[in-house]
Structures are given as structure tokens and as C-alpha cells.
Design a binder for this molecule. Structure first.
Ligand code: TXA
Ligand code: MG
Length: 340
């Protein structure tokens, strides 16, 4: 299949038509590029799982143009859900809600809940309105790999597998949306993102709720035996193809022991501005010091390192798990392994 990248304004009507007839389209959102299909069409949803090679137990996010549309695909919008939707939509927040039968079960991978998001990106908004359908869209990468934040990244992932990529420029946020389960009496963050725990807590306090905001993100190897709320969260994810190991500036023992064993290898490093990288590395990329700029640059930097011909990548994770740094650390941890 020939894959075309079209400027968003020129390709929009064709993209809407493709969605309506059950085909796939990649499109920009403010977080990352999505691979969209009609959320009410089971065979279109099946194509998403095939093209991404995504495990069937990992549910998709449904994109809608506004709160009213979201309410029409859920059995219940709790007061908590209303407060969050009013405060953060359109924007990089996904709400997990009870699913109704207007959304096909495959979208939810058989769960009784559905994840819904109202994106703020104008191209995403126009596409939703032109298609007139709820659009299920995972990040437009092959399963497990780094999410795309430009049309070219999508092309590099999915060329030959989809017909059309709408080009809306680079994504402003650069990390996937915050996923919050609002089916219970208190909310739980299943995936951290640009809408932070503190922002959610402030919203609840302002709306008169006294419930805390739990964080339930789990990493492989965590000791919890709780059931898996968000299957996409457990596997290794967001990973470059080159072997990638993480390190923290507060614990350099392993890094310092590892480097001498790699003397004849090409090593690439992704580090934070404050870190003094060791000499002799093949390539070094430095991330911006400000959290939002860092998030925006992150996936492009991972891709650049991944294609630099290195034997191994060493990736610094931020220690600071406050605000957007929590999301950056979460992604980098899943993208990397512990140093051997
Ligand atoms: O920013 C984003 O959310 C992007 C753009 C395209 O909107 N989409 C995205 O989709 O990141 P995806 O499929 O890569 O990640 C969806 C996440 C997964 O971790 C999945 O397990 C979780 O949302 N999820 C989806 N439906 C869920 C549900 N019903 N219950 C719990 N978690 C759910
Ligand atoms: Mg993804």
C-alpha cells in the first residue's frame, strides 16, 4: 500500500471519508499522532490491532469532539468525570468511564469500561467533526515502540500499512495523555501525563470534592498483585530498537562500572541538561531543562539516537517525579532496561 503524507488542510476531507468507510488514518493530536478508526465499526477496529501488531487485550482510547459526545458513549458520567471534563477538555486527559453499546467491545478489549478523550488539536477537532464518528486512536506506532510526534515519525513506523497521514506539524505536548479512571468514588491515574496529579487535585478541591487522586501506574517488576487496570501500562513500552539502559544521576555506580566494559562500542547517551556526560561517547543528546520543553523533545530525541548507528543507548531518567517529570520518568523507565 502506498502511504501518503498530506498537509492537514488538503487531506482533511479524504481522511474523514476514509474513517467513515471503515479505513484507518493517522492524524495529529496535541499529545502524539494517533492511528484513527471509526469506534463503532468492529472491522475498522480490527485493522488498528493488525496494523499496530497490538495485543488484543490492550484497549483503545476513543476521541470525541466535546463533552456531549463523550456522554453519549458512556453509561455514567460521575460528578468526578464532569469536574475533570469541564476543567481539562479539550486537552491531554483521558477518562476511563463505563462503556455503553454505541462503542464496539473490541475498542475496550472486552472491558466494561471505555477510555474517552476530547483532544484540543485543531486538526483532530476538524477531523472528528468532519467524520461525524467517534474515533478510536492508539498512538500511531508499532506496538511497544516509541510514539510518533511528527508525520514523518508516523511514516517511519507505518509506511506501507496505511493510506494517509495528515500532517499537522509537531505535537505540542509530546507525551501521551494522562489516563484517569473515574469509575470509582475517587479517581486513579493509570498513566501520568501533562495533566498532572497536582492539577487534578486542585480541580477537585476547587469543585468541592475531598477525595485524593491516587496514582496506580505500575512498572513490570513491581511487587503489587492488584489486577491490571490499564494493560498497556505493564509491558515494556515506548522503546527504541537499539538496546537502551537507564541510569539516574543519584546512582552512578552501575554506569561507572558498565562504561569500561564497553570500550570498543558506539554508545549513544540521552541526558538532562545538568549532567556532565563522560568523554568518548559516539553521540550525546541533551534534553531541555524545563519540563514541558523536555516532554516535547523526548520522543524525537529517542528516535534520533535510535537511528544514529549506536550499539547501545544510555538514558538518564529524571529523579524528580513531580509534575510532568513523573510522566517523563514513567516513559523512560518503560523504554529502557536496568543496566546489566
Ligand atoms: O495521548 C493519547 O492518549 C494518544 C493520542 C493518540 O490520543 N493515544 C494513546 O493511545 O496513547 P494508546 O493506545 O497508545 O494508549 C492507550 C492507553 C493504554 O495504556 C491503554 O491500556 C489505556 O490507555 N486504556 C485504554 N482503554 C482503557 C480502559 N478501558 N481501561 C483502562 N485503561 C485503558
Ligand atoms: Mg501507545
Amino acid at each position: 500500500m502506498l502511504t501518503r503524507i498530506e498537509p492537514a488542510d488538503l487531506g482533511l476531507q479524504e481522511a474523514a471519508e476514509l474513517i467513515r468507510r471503515g479505513d484507518l488514518v493517522a492524524f495529529p493530536t496535541e499529545t502524539v499522532y494517533g492511528l484513527g478508526a471509526d469506534a463503532g465499526n468492529a472491522s475498522a477496529i480490527e485493522k488498528i490491532y493488525q496494523v499496530k501488531e497490538r495485543p488484543a487485550n490492550n484497549p483503545l482510547i476513543v476521541h470525541v469532539p466535546d463533552v456531549a459526545a463523550a456522554q453519549s458513549y458512556s453509561y455514567g458520567f460521575s460528578p468526578l468525570a464532569v469536574a475533570f471534563a469541564q476543567a481539562f477538555w479539550p486537552g491531554p486527559l483521558t477518562l476511563v468511564l463505563p462503556r455503553n453499546d454505541r462503542i464496539c467491545p473490541a475498542v475496550s478489549a472486552g472491558k466494561t469500561t471505555v477510555a474517552i478523550r476530547c483532544p484540543s488539536n485543531p486538526v483532530a477537532q476538524e477531523l472528528l467533526r468532519a467524520a461525524g464518528r467517534p474515533i478510536a486512536a492508539p498512538s500511531a506506532n508499532r506496538s511497544g515502540h516509541t510514539s510518533p510526534t511528527t508525520a514523518q515519525h508516523v511514516y517511519d513506523e507505518l509506511a506501507g500499512r496505511i493510506a494517509l497521514i495528515l500532517d499537522g506539524g509537531a505535537c505540542g505536548v509530546g507525551l501521551e495523555s494522562t489516563v484517569v479512571d473515574v469509575t470509582g468514588t475517587s479517581p486513579a491515574i493509570l498513566r501520568p501525563g501533562a495533566v498532572t496529579q497536582a492539577m487534578l487535585a486542585r480541580c477537585l478541591a476547587a469543585a468541592g470534592f475531598s477525595t485524593p487522586v491516587a496514582v496506580l501506574t505500575r512498572h513490570a517488576g513491581n511487587s503489587t498483585n492488584e489486577p491490571l487496570d490499564s494493560p498497556g501500562q505493564l509491558e515494556s513500552h515506548y522503546a527504541p530498537r537499539t538496546a537502551a539502559y537507564r541510569f539516574y544521576a543519584s546512582d552512578l555506580r552501575r554506569l561507572n562500572a558498565y562504561l569500561p566494559t564497553m570500550r570498543n562500542q558506539r554508545i549513544g547517551m540521552l541526558c538532562l541538561e545538568s549532567f556532565a556526560a563522560p568523554a568518548g561517547l559516539a553521540k550525546i543528546l541533551v534534553l531541555p531543562a524545563a519540563e514541558q520543553a523536555c516532554a516535547r523533545a523526548l520522543y524525537g530525541a529517542l528516535r534520533e539516537l535510535d537511528t544514529a548507528g549506536c550499539d547501545v543507548l544510555l538514558i538518564q531518567c529524571p529523579e524528580n517525579s513531580v509534575g510532568v517529570w513523573a510522566a517523563i520518568e514513567d516513559r523512560l523507565r518503560r523504554a529502557t532496561k536496568e543496566l546489566p
